[in-house]
Write a protein that binds this ligand. Structure first.
Ligand code: LRY
Length: 223
């Protein structure tokens, strides 16, 4: 499965709860558009969206949930039950938060449950140490997804190139993800050793992209 993705572009098709695109049908159409453009895989959030996308394409799906909980900062697939459900719905890879933050369930238990359900585990990390720990506990691949989203990781406006370099030097296979907003960024991530690249907002969040343009024009300040 990971070989199938190697060197390619995975497109994350997600819509936040407040997005006008927040509808499983729309997400499935975004996924088909990404497939038409050459995506080798898809990153999909939530049970309904994973089911809707699985119904229209055979492309590999990296599934995740985003769950706000009162007891933890961890929100990307915080429990094994969610990971197992994603696998049952057709996600071949389950992405889950593998940061060092306190979590509701031990990582090793979660990895074992996802593996038993027949899927691979992508550990979303924010630092090199977390990547080492994720592999030690049984992750199949790690992704730079959460750099900038934990208080102790680099807070950058763009991609965390240094983390990619560190992972490469350490000999840890990794996926490049997070704020890769141009084709040049995606190509640079591969040059830095990424196994494959995940791009979301720059392809599938037109509200966010519009904001970039509007800000560049200063039009947000006009009456
Ligand atoms: C931090 C977090 O919750 N990241 C999420 C993980 O699935 C998504 O909101 C991102 O869109 C995805 O990681 C791709 O990144 P970008 O949209 O920057 O290309």
């Amino acid at each position: 499965m990971l070989d199938q993705l190697r060197g390619g572009l995975v497109v994350s098709c997600q819509a936040n709860p407040d997005s006008p695109l927040r509808d499983p049908y729309i997400i499935s159409r975004l996924a088909l558009a990404a497939a038409k453009g050459g995506a080798v895989g898809l990153r999909i959030q939530g049970f309904e969206d994973v089911a809707a996308v699985r119904a229209v394409t055979d492309l590999p799906i990296i599934g995740l949930t985003k769950t706000d909980r009162d007891d933890t900062e961890v929100y990307i697939t915080p429990t094994a039950a969610e990971g197992v459900r994603l696998a049952e719905l057709g996600a071949q890879i389950v992405a889950l938060d593998a940061t060092a933050r306190p979590r509701p369930e031990p990582l090793t238990d979660m990895f074992a449950a996802v593996h038993a359900a027949g899927a691979l585990v992508m550990g979303d990390v924010s630092t090199l140490d977390e990547a080492h720990a994720a592999y030690a506990q049984g992750a199949d691949i790690v992704s730079t997804t959460l750099s900038g989203y934990t208080p102790y990781s680099r807070q950058l406006a763009g991609p965390d190139w240094d983390l990619m370099r560190e992972l490469h030097v350490a000999g840890l296979p990794f996926v490049a993800e997070g704020r890769l907003n141009t084709p040049a960024d995606a190509a640079q991530a591969l040059r830095l050793g990424a196994a494959f690249v995940v791009v979301g907002s720059a392809i599938t969040r037109p509200d966010v992209i519009t904001g970039w343009f509007a800000q560049a024009l200063g039009s947000h300040t006009l009456p």
